[in-house]
Design a protein around this ligand. Structure first.
Ligand code: APR
Length: 252
């Protein structure tokens, strides 16, 4: 792959690189994006209609079961070369922040140390009523709704993710904004840029003078505002980029 010399230079001179990732970052690890067609058991459902508080109120067991299935997918998934390239940035750049919309924890598994999870984490289960984090060993048996209950207050358990229509966790949102405001380069990887407020974050960085770089096989809503467009899958483009900027294997 050929990269603009100005991009490579900007990376090498960066004091702070932010990686802003979306579902496409995990695609090559086998975690399907929401906007991919679903297959098998869940093909008849639209994920954007399962990931809502209304869906959980009306069909708690269906939503719980869908997330149980996603948790299994994620448990089997492993970080790919792109995740490793992101983690390897920490050896070359003084400060690296990953701001992710993903809920699978794959950036952390690859070794990234500063990860801001804007949409929560699928592996963490909380009480929908009292918000206590409840490890699986402490789940109280399911009642008539078919969903395990909180051992403290009896509320229904749910994944600690942000559903459509719910606010983002305030501390993560603050950390993400702060990161964007001090970024020199933002790598926008695998996100369609249509889900707000997260999609507005790269613009915040741009206002403060950051260079925006899109890594995505296809055009997105953010393409018109980025400085560099790197067309291709994250698992190929990111290691090649790190290799071009600093040499070596590109993945540590
Ligand atoms: N490498 C990089 N990008 C990829 C790859 C890949 N291998 N495969 C697909 N993509 C791109 C697609 O072209 C698309 O632009 O990833 C993007 C995925 O878009 P979305 O599914 O809309 O994911 P995202 O932007 O993260 O959505 C935001 O909405 O899906 C919900 O809550 C979920 O956090 C998510 C939010």
């Amino acid at each position: 792959m050929n990269f603009a010399p100005a991009l490579l230079q900007a990376l090498r001179q960066s004091a702070h690189v932010v990686v802003f990732s979306g579902a496409g970052m995990s695609a090559e690890s086998g975690v399907p994006t929401f906007r991919d067609a679903q297959t098998g058991l869940w093909a008849q459902y639209d994920p954007t209609e399962l990931a809502t508080p209304e869906a959980f109120r009306r069909h708690p067991k269906r939503v719980w079961d869908w997330y149980a299935w996603r948790r299994e997918l994620v448990a089997r998934a492993r970080p790919h070369a792109g995740h490793r390239a992101v983690a390897a940035l920490e050896r070359h750049v003084p400060q690296v922040t990953v701001v992710t919309q993903n809920v699978d924890g794959l950036h952390q598994e690859a070794g990234s140390r500063r990860v801001v999870e804007l949409h929560g984490n699928l592996r963490r289960i909380v009480c929908a009523r009292c918000r206590a984090v409840v490890p699986q060993t402490a789940w109280a048996p399911a009642g008539p709704e078919g969903v395990p209950r909180c051992p403290h207050c009896g509320g229904l358990l749910r994944p600690d993710v942000v559903w459509f229509g719910e606010p983002l966790p305030a501390d993560a949102w603050r950390a993400a904004q702060q990161a964007m405001q001090t970024a020199d380069v933002v790598l926008v990887v695998g996100t369609s840029g249509v889900v707000y407020p997260a999609a507005g974050l790269p613009l915040l960085a741009r206002e403060r003078g950051a260079r925006l770089v899109e890594v995505n096989p296809t055009e997105t809503a953010l393409t018109p505002v980025v400085d560099d467009v790197l067309r291709g899958p994250a698992g190929e483009v990111l290691p090649a980029l790190v290799r071009a900027a600093w040499g070596g294997e590109g993945n540590g």
